[in-house]
Structures are given as structure tokens and as C-alpha cells.
Design a protein around this ligand. Sequence first.
Ligand code: PLP
Length: 387
Amino acid sequence: MRSVYLDHTATTPLDPIVEEAMRPYFTEKFGNASSVHHYGQEARAALDRSRDALAAMLGARPGEIFFVGSGTEADNYALKGAALHIAKTGKRHIVTTAVEHHAVLETCSYLAEQEGFSVTRVPVDRDGRVAPEDVLDALRPETGMVSVMHANNEVGTINPIRAIAEIVHAQGMLFHTDAVQSFGKIPIDVRDLGADLLSLSAHKIYGPKGIGALFIRKGVALEKFMHGGAQERGRRGGTENVPLAVGFAEAARLSLERRGAEQPRLLSLKAHLTGRLCGAFPELLVNGHPEEALAHIVNISFDARKLSIDGEALLFGLDLAGIAVTSGSACTSGSMEPSHVLLAMGREPATAKATIRFSMGNSTTLDDLDYAVASLAEVVRRIGRPV
Ligand code: PLP
């Protein structure tokens, strides 16, 4: 059976070039980067090179890049570390948005429920975009920090981060952005964006799973999150994962090298897929900003006022045809909950449940997309009921 992977937003396959770059650090160059002997020095040099490379790509200083275990950990560290530190000055209010990844939303809920913070979740418009004025309206004298994602992982919408950061900084507050989905796809310069804290993850860009990074602008103080050894300049104890850091830097280098050709290719695939889908299904709604959006994500919903279709059955039907996609819905206690992102964008719950996110990658072809649309048409014909 044909197999088509269209879930690159969930994760990407490890690039063979990245695997090759990592390999020696699993085997002969296995040293502990904290050891003083030459094994350790070799590992330390590789770690430093990886940090330098990532810093250069982000317009950061090497000392501002901290390796962590995932994008989720980067978000946790940024939010808990900053919020708990700032709380010492009495500021216990956090501003975030309604469409963040669970790594941010759940961390904010934890801070609210366990640490007594209050949290404001700024709404988004119909395209999933956060308006800088709405962030301004949400700020209070007791606001300590603001977290707004760079690009959304479900619908691909890109936020006006620079304008938001300016507003936040004008009030002397700290600004975090989750750039897990945007990194490697659109340019990121931490100074230009105005980020004090910025989260990254390797496995979204053909790098290994299990490593992320947090940019912490020099001078930003965070409560310590991981207690242990002096690794990562005392901020994150635990023996450094040198092979994964090497893989992360190599994946980032490749994404930059390829971006110039790859992004226009993905944009034309996106236009092709969107056009085909809209042509095939009159009841279709396209989710996400028409221009300010990542090139590789196409998110669509079937309008529940026109077509009744079970979202879960839709995904299963496509999987049976060999097509791997996802919806933004989360499976909670055995039932599908509509995506918080689509609800925040104003979609009806029933429509939000009938959603498919196609996310393309560097192996995706036009033919894959035509096959996906034809398969979807077949599934919809089988299980869809006109209203
Ligand atoms: N933030 C965003 C926007 C994401 O899309 C993801 C992963 O899907 C994460 C954070 C979490 O990253 P990780 O899978 O490395 O924990």
C-alpha cells in the first residue's frame, strides 16, 4: 500500500546527514563533556561548536543558548523560571494567548493552580492571529511576563512578534516566544524579534527527538529549574547529550541551507493542495491566515452546517489509505475534544472536530497531495452525510 506522511508538524524523520554527523558521538567520541581529559575535551568542543552554530543562526551569543530535553522543557523552563523569579517582586500575573501549545498552556495552568499566579489568555482573530493591541489591553501593573507563540502548530498562523515584544518591553516586562514550529522555516533573529526567551526543538527540523534549546537573553534571571551539576552554566544539571546537540546544530544548518529553495516549493504545494481541496469539497473551510502563515501547513474543516462527518473516522479512513495526517482535536477520556485553537478562532465545536491538518515536508510531492485529495474524496463519500 502507498504510504504518504503528511504530519511533519508532529515530527520529521531524522535526516541521514544529521544521523551521520551524530554517529561518532554515540560511539568512539563518547566522552563526558565535563571531564577534563581528552575524551571530555573532544565532547566539550563538539558541544561548544553546536552551541556556537545555533547562536549564530539566531543572532544570539553562544552564552545565551541552553540545551534542554525538548521544546516542552524549554517552554516549562522559560515560564516557570521567569514567573517564579519575577514573583519575588510581587508580580504574579502572566499574559499568554488562547492558542498556545499545551507546553505553554499547561505550564500556565500549573502556575495558576499551584503557585497562585493569575493568567490572562489573549484571544485571537478568525485567522488565529494575536493583535498587539489585545496584548496591551491585557497588561496590568502586576504582569511579570508575556508569552506569545511565533507560529501556531495547528494552523500555521504567524504572529506579529516584534510589535508585541515592543509593547511588552515598553512596560518593562519580560517576553517569551515559542518558536518550535517557525525555527528553520522562517528567519529568526532573537534581537530583531525582541525575544528575551525563545524556545526551540530539534525534531521538527529533521533533527533528533529529545533535544531542544532555550535562548535566554544575557541578563535575564530565571529561577533554577533543574538542580544538579554545573552543566549548561549551572542552569540545567545533567550530563550533556552531545550527539543530540551535534544533530540539532546540523539539522538547523541544513534547514537554513535549504530554506531558500524549499520554502517557495512548499508554498506552491500549499496553493496546489488548498486549491484541489476547495475544488473537491464545497463545504470546506480553510483555517489559518491566508498570507501570514507557515508554508507547510494546510488546515481544513468540514462545515458542520453543510456536512456531517465524524472527524475520527475521517482520520482512520485516510490512515487505511496510507495517509498520515492529524486533526487538532485531542482525545480526552476516550472522546474527541475539539481543538482549543480552532475554538479560539471561532469555529463551531462540531466543525472543529471535523478537521484535518496536512503538514508537508521535504519529501512531499505534488503526486502525494493529489493522492491524498483523491483518498479524502473517497472517505468523505463513504462516511459524510449532507445536512
Ligand atoms: N511548542 C510547539 C508550538 C510545538 O508544536 C511543540 C511540538 O509539537 C512543542 C512546543 C513541544 O516540543 P517537543 O515535542 O520538543 O516537546
